[in-house]
Design a binder for this molecule. Structure first.
Ligand SMILES: NC(=O)C1=CN([C@@H]2O[C@H](COP(=O)(O)OP(=O)(O)OC[C@H]3O[C@@H](n4cnc5c(N)ncnc54)[C@H](O)[C@@H]3O)[C@@H](O)[C@H]2O)[C@@H](O)CC1
Ligand SMILES: [K+]
Length: 524
């Protein structure tokens, strides 16, 4: 588990490390500078070794430090000093008025002066091999303009390798927004914790490769008041549902998947395949009779309950199917027919098993507010509350919340938590950075996945995974976080093979089965 922090959360942690624990600010700055310098020295060594067979080794990289007056600038000045002492030819330029320098940056200027370095006040007219971007860090508060904007353009116009210190100058630390203009980095070395602006788009694109350096700012610095958002990374493997060796197909759970409509058999098939490939014991699909042949051909492992018109017999068959299941998922390719509405109504009112609501089932809830209100009411009462996962993309979320899609995107974190609490559910807001909110206010941000997954049927696969994990006994929030994480990993494997252009939803289910052996190997 890794925290993703806002600028304010990071500053609080920095401040506590200095004031509460007594770590001198200049020690943190020196460690930050060392981490950046070591990255560049290691790169230089690698480049030289690669070039050695081709003749004399070229001279060291000419480097420019572009420093602002805040502590980000202080980091940059210290990096330049360390690089110069390691043999790099380094030029320094200070942007902004010297009298505005923070105490630490003023101290760094003094150290440079003591060593006899000259710090320019204007951008030099020459080309550099490496540029250290330390104009603004997490202290950026307003759009970048005037001479600072010129400096950003100057850096972006050079054919240099750019290292951004902490965050590319011009990127908002909390939102990843470009504040007027921003430096395009090759690598960003950030300190302590990854800032949200480095993982959210477009910031993530500007940051290039992101390295998170340990400079002695640790979780203790939060003094028990932890950041709101967390993610999982490659070290997190322990979330898979435990598999009993002596288990049978009942042990691993029975999923009732209500999916597909006339002409939409694919959604049902993709979702059902994902249920089985996530480790569930059995899946029964409830789908129109016209999908029978396709389903039985494409996925003979799935059982079927079919319907045509909504009759008392159909209702009875649905009731029996519901009684059989441990988990119910409703929505992929479901359509909004009168039959679909009756089925959703029956599921909401007559069952208590863990439920996953996706796609058209969400749209039906938006269009029939009485159903939504009743669900909210049931979830607010402990006796009628069930394990619940909702999986809207911002469009579906907007319809549910009565807001425009861009309003949802702007306030995604707050709205996700609001709706998770309202529905006492694991609430998934899908996107390039999918969020999962818990009713208690935990917020997971998913960092796996890629643009190739923005393809028809991808959401159906996610619903199948969520149902499969829930059927194996995972609670809603754990299943939701694990589900989006695995879904993204499957997408990353698929994109690795086919590029982001070529990924289809079918590839996601294929990659899912290849993913588990890899995860299990790393667990041993
Ligand atoms: N001791 C610490 O607190 C540590 C801080 N570190 C560095 O310090 C950085 C944060 O330092 P600061 O809080 O001093 O902030 P910054 O160095 O990001 O700069 C903020 C300064 O720029 C000004 N400013 C903000 N937006 C502007 C704009 N658009 N145009 C012109 N001026 C603008 C502010 O008024 C302030 O003077 C981190 O990103 C990190 O690089 C590291 O050295 C690690 C330790
Ligand atoms: K920077």
């Amino acid at each position: 588990m890794e925290y993703l922090v806002t600028s304010a959360e990071m500053k609080r942690c920095d401040g506590n490390t200095i004031e509460h624990f007594g770590m001198p600010s200049m020690v943190l700055m020196e460690r930050a500078a060392l981490a950046c310098a070591e990255e560049l020295i290691a790169r230089d060594k690698k480049l030289k070794e690669a070039m050695r067979p081709f003749g004399p080794v070229p001279p060291a990289n000419r480097t420019l430090v572009a420093a602002g007056t805040g502590n980000n600038g202080g980091d940059g000045l210290a990096i330049g000093r360390l690089l110069s002492q390691a043999g790099f030819p380094v030029d320094f330029v200070l942007l902004g008025k010297e009298e505005k320098c923070s105490a630490e940056t003023a101290a760094q200027l003094k150290i440079l002066e003591n060593y006899g370095y000259r710090v320019m006040r204007k951008l030099p007219e020459r080309e550099y091999d490496i540029i250290i971007d330390s104009i603004f860090g997490i202290g950026l508060t307003r759009p970048v303009e005037g001479s600072f904007a010129e400096a950003v353009e100057y850096i972006n116009a050079q054919d240099a390798y750019v290292l951004s210190v902490d965050i590319p100058s011009g990127i908002h630390g909390d939102t990843g927004e470009v504040m007027g203009c921003a430096v395009q980095a090759d690598v960003t070395v950030t300190f302590g914790f990854r800032k949200l602006g480095l993982v959210l788009y477009p910031g993530a694109r500007y940051a290039g490769k992101v390295l998170c350096a340990d400079i002695g700012i640790t979780q203790e610095g939060f003094l028990g008041e932890y950041p709101r958002i967390f993610t999982w990374n490659k070290e997190d493997r322990g979330f898979l549902p435990v598999r009993l060796q002596e288990g049978n197909k009942g042990t691993f759970g029975k999923v009732l998947l209500i999916a597909g409509s006339r002409g939409m058999a694919g959604a049902c098939e993709l979702s059902a395949a994902a249920v089985l490939k996530s480790g569930a014991g059995m899946v029964r699909a409830v789908t129109p009779e016209s999908n029978r042949v396709i389903m039985q051909t494409a996925l003979p492992e799935a059982m079927l309950t079919t319907y045509e018109k909504w009759t008392p017999q159909a209702e009875e068959k649905l009731r029996e199917a519901c009684a059989w299941a441990n988990v119910i998922a409703v929505g992929p390719g479901f359509g909004k027919s009168p039959e679909a509405l009756r089925i959703l109504e029956a599921v909401l009112k007559q069952t208590m098993q863990p439920l996953i609501i996706d796609a058209d089932a969400l749209n039906l809830l938006s269009e029939h507010r009485e159903l939504l209100d009743e669900l909210i009411q049931r979830q607010q009462e402990p006796e009628t509350r069930r394990e619940l996962i909702l999986t809207p993309h911002p469009g579906e979320f907007g319809r549910l919340a009565g807001k425009k899609t861009d309003e949802i995107q702007k306030e995604a974190a707050a709205l996700t938590l609001e709706w998770a609490a309202r529905l006492q559910a694991a609430f998934i807001c899908k996107g390039a950075r999918t969020l999962v909110g818990s009713p208690e206010g935990r917020l997971y941000m998913n960092l796996t996945g890629n643009s190739g997954m923005a393809t028809a049927g991808s959401g159906d696969v996610l619903t199948g995974i969520l149902a499969g994990l829930s059927a194996q006994g995972m609670h809603a929030f754990d299943a939701a976080c694990a589900g989006v994480y695995l879904h993204g990993m499957a997408g990353d494997r698929a994109a690795h093979k086919k590029s982001e252009y070529g990924v289809t939803a079918g590839d996601l289910t294929l990659e899912l089965e290849a993913l588990f052996p890899e995860l299990l190997k790393k667990l041993q």
